[in-house]
Design a protein around this ligand. Structure first.
Ligand code: SF4
Ligand code: SF4
Length: 336
């Protein structure tokens, strides 16, 4: 095994062990504020029964089905706009909009826990069964790849992808996000969140219960999918602002929220380096014309061509695989 391969395998595991697990352990043991906050966290103790109950909810089961369909279409090279648009619209509707309609049929599609909640609430309150179930699904789908949760299931991701496609239709020139900058920004936000959680959690009293607030509460685009209006106009503005800004910026750069803000984007980027399925290049046949890198909306393709150790996020948009004149990029298993 080459040094590159060893590093690539160890790096994701070490990153998670070094950052998320200590934070989680801290939340579980923290006396005082942490304890009080955990009391406000509600039910959802981790038992096998609870975990399975959450795993078998319609929301999670349909997520797995959508991801499986997307994976088959990607691997068989059939994922084009005729499939992509309906899948993205269904994900946006099911996991973002449907719970607001108050219909019984969508009662199993509550937005909470959102992916951001699943990643951050355990650090504030300790791990609970609903979060664990969603984390397990995100981890599983990312390990299978190509970043299947973020690419075709997450509503914030799906709506940004739809806007990217619309911007292309409208011939709006989008800038590729700079990976170095975006990775630094989202890592700094996450580290600031962990540091604040360990030291000075911001408290609010909500209906007599102490609640922890994190910096993600102020930049959580998933909240914009909750249409419950607040009493004050300014509160509404802050409630919807992260999603509205995300939608606006998505016309000018690819998936701004995923690359620059979302902690799930950060962690799935680390995990996708060891995913089973991803964009791969046929060995030694590439003429290095760079057409795929130029037309792609993401910063990943140039690094995939170089076989870099840390490849930027790939959201399986298929622009590069469809754009290679020589048909040398495909979704598959690395090394095959
Ligand atoms: S990075 Fe975050 S917002 Fe983007 S698709 Fe993944 S979970 Fe959703
Ligand atoms: S252009 Fe290629 S590497 Fe970039 S997100 Fe799309 S499929 Fe992934």
């Amino acid at each position: 095994m080459s040094v590159k391969k060893i590093y690539r395998t160890i790096f994701p595991i070490m990153s998670i062990l070094l950052i998320w697990l200590p934070a989680l352990a801290f939340a579980q043991q923290q006396p005082g504020a942490g304890q009080g906050l955990r009391q406000g966290a509600g039910q959802g103790q981790i038992t096998l029964q609870n975990f399975l109950n959450f795993l078998l909810r319609p929301k999670i089961l349909t997520m797995l089905v959508i991801a499986a369909v997307a994976l088959v279409l990607l691997l068989t090279r059939k994922m084009d706009n005729r499939w992509k648009v309906p899948i993205l619209v269904v994900s946006t509707f099911l996991y973002g909009v449907s719970a607001n309609l108050g219909l019984k049929i969508f009662s199993g599609f509550a937005i909470h826990p959102s992916p951001i909640c699943a990643f951050t609430k355990p650090i504030l309150y300790g791990l609970r069964a609903p979060m664990l179930a969603l984390l397990a699904v995100i981890l599983f789908l990312t390990l299978v790849g190509p970043k299947l949760f973020c690419s075709y299931v997450c509503p914030v991701g799906a709506i940004q992808e739809l806007i990217a496609m619309l911007a292309d239709r409208l011939k709006i020139r989008r800038r590729k996000p700079s990976f170095r900058l975006s990775q630094t920004v989202r890592l700094l936000i996450f580290l600031a969140f962990v540091a604040l959680s360990w030291t000075a959690v911001i408290h609010t009293i909500n209906q007599g219960q102490v609640r922890a607030r994190s910096i993600y509460d102020y930049i959580n685009a998933f909240e914009g999918f909750k249409w419950n209006l607040q009493p004050a106009l300014l509160d509404n503005l802050f409630h919807f602002l992260p999603l509205l800004l995300t939608l606006a910026f998505a016309f000018f750069t690819y998936r701004p929220y995923c690359y620059f803000v979302c902690p799930v984007g950060l962690f799935t980027n680390i995990i996708e380096q060891i995913a089973i399925f991803r964009v791969v290049k046929k060995k030694n046949a590439c003429s290095d014309c760079q057409v795929c890198a130029v037309i792609s909306p993401c910063p990943a393709v140039a690094e995939i061509l170089k076989d870099a150790v840390l490849v930027p996020d790939c959201f399986a948009c298929t622009v590069c695989t469809r754009g290679c004149n020589q048909d040398l990029l495909k979704f598959g298993i690395k090394g095959t």
